[in-house]
Design a protein. Structure first.
Length: 109
């Protein structure tokens, strides 16, 4: 596990420049337990699942205007959905990866 904390990731961003897929580079903190980064295909699947979770929030009437305005119900729902889909996203301190994922992709769906 290379990126247990957000600070671990921020200190190694330059190591991710070899990733050719730009969307993978934005989510370059997503990694498996053995430290290998998610592939571009895995990242597309994570994004797809995130968009589906956001759509559910919208249908339930609890989708925030921006992710920074998400209440605990929306945030907890998103965490549960994504961590169930890909438990590796939860291998970090204080759910920073799933929270950062939400912040980065919420405005794109």
């Amino acid at each position: 596990m290379s990126f247990w904390s957000r600070d671990d990731y921020k200190g190694n961003i330059s190591d991710l420049t070899t990733i050719s897929d730009e969307s993978a580079n934005v989510l370059g903190f997503l990694e498996h337990q053995d430290g290998t980064l998610f592939t571009p295909t895995e990242i597309r699947e994570v994004r797809k699942h995130a968009y589906q979770a956001f759509q559910t929030l919208l249908l339930e009437g609890i989708a925030p205007l921006t992710w920074s305005q998400a209440d605990s119900k929306a945030s907890n729902f998103f965490r549960k959905e994504l961590l169930t889909f890909s438990p590796a996203i939860g291998l970090c301190k204080s759910n920073w990866k799933v929270d950062t994922l939400a912040s980065l992709v919420y405005g794109q769906w």
